[in-house]
Design a protein around this ligand. Structure first.
Ligand code: FPP
Length: 254
């Protein structure tokens, strides 16, 4: 193995995406209400953000509320939205001080007006953050995102602003909620479930997957380190051969 490949493997992922699963089970194991699991899950969010900054990860995407989660009991939805609002106000100063830029993806039109305003305000306020971009997927579903992008494209074509023949992967991607963001390099799912559950369907085409049995409220710096170590051992080929990939990896190191 050449030296630069070894060096490349030590690089952290630029973009880490996480399906934070297992809050409910964590609470049930303790005889607590599900919301206690979500509360503890928020603590893990803060811890993981600190660890991402420490590891030099530049983008962190968190699946915080899926389009399917709207089907949960009203009480749980309200509790999750309450936790989100509480999180935004309690972390405001830290985000500004540490250069954390907030981005929200998903169909925000389904969120309540107070939640929409708090998110828009936080996105605006933190927009200059340079250290870490925190992408919260809220009311998010990969299929829904692709569908919304397809509708925007169709409308632009109908209006004569877009030539369908010119459309390719890159220009299609620009219509997604993540249009200006890099694709995830590593996708972690906690709690032992081994599926993608409609998260970043398009964007995760070449992501490395890491599944752990650890429930999200128990996920910590050591567990993240394990995932990053495993990622560093993976050989990413993007559909090409090793020889073709070597110069690209070298380039990204320069
Ligand atoms: C999945 O666990 C988790 C969720 C549906 C919500 C995740 C949300 C948080 C961790 C809080 C988000 C808040 C901020 C501030 C980002 P589950 O409830 O499906 O667990 P289970 O599968 O064990 O029932």
């Amino acid at each position: 193995m050449s030296d630069f490949i070894k060096t490349a493997r030590k690089l952290p992922p630029e973009h880490l995406a996480i399906i934070m699963d297992g809050n409910g089970r964590w609470a049930e194991q303790r005889g607590l209400p599900r919301v206690a699991g979500h509360q503890q899950g928020v603590e893990t969010v803060s811890l993981v953000i600190d660890e991402c900054i420490r590891h030099g990860i530049r983008f962190l995407s968190l699946f915080a509320f899926s389009s399917e989660n709207w089907g949960r009991p009203r009480q749980e939805i309200d509790a999750l939205m309450g936790l989100l609002l509480q999180y935004l106000s309690s972390q405001r100063q830290k985000m500004l001080t540490e250069g954390i830029r907030l981005r929200v993806i998903g169909d925000s039109s389904r969120l309540s007006k107070p939640v929409q305003s708090a998110l828009t305000e936080a996105e605006k306020e933190t927009s200059k953050g340079q250290t870490l971009t925190l992408i919260l997927a809220l009311s998010y579903g990969g299929r829904d995102e692709i569908m919304r992008a397809a509708k925007k494209i169709a409308q632009q074509a109908l209006d004569g602003h877009l030539d369908i023949e010119q459309l390719d992967n890159k220009s299609f991607s620009a219509f997604l909620d993540t249009g200006d963001l890099p694709e995830p390099d590593l996708l972690i799912r906690t709690s032992g479930e081994v599926r993608i559950s409609n998260f970043l369907l398009w964007q995760a085409a070449y992501a490395e997957f890491y599944f752990t049995d650890v429930l999200w409220p128990n996920f910590d710096a050591v567990e993240l380190q394990k995932a990053l170590e495993e990622y560093s051992q993976r050989k990413r080929r993007f559909g090409l051969t090793d020889d073709q990939n070597e110069p690209q990896i070298k380039e990204s190191n320069d």
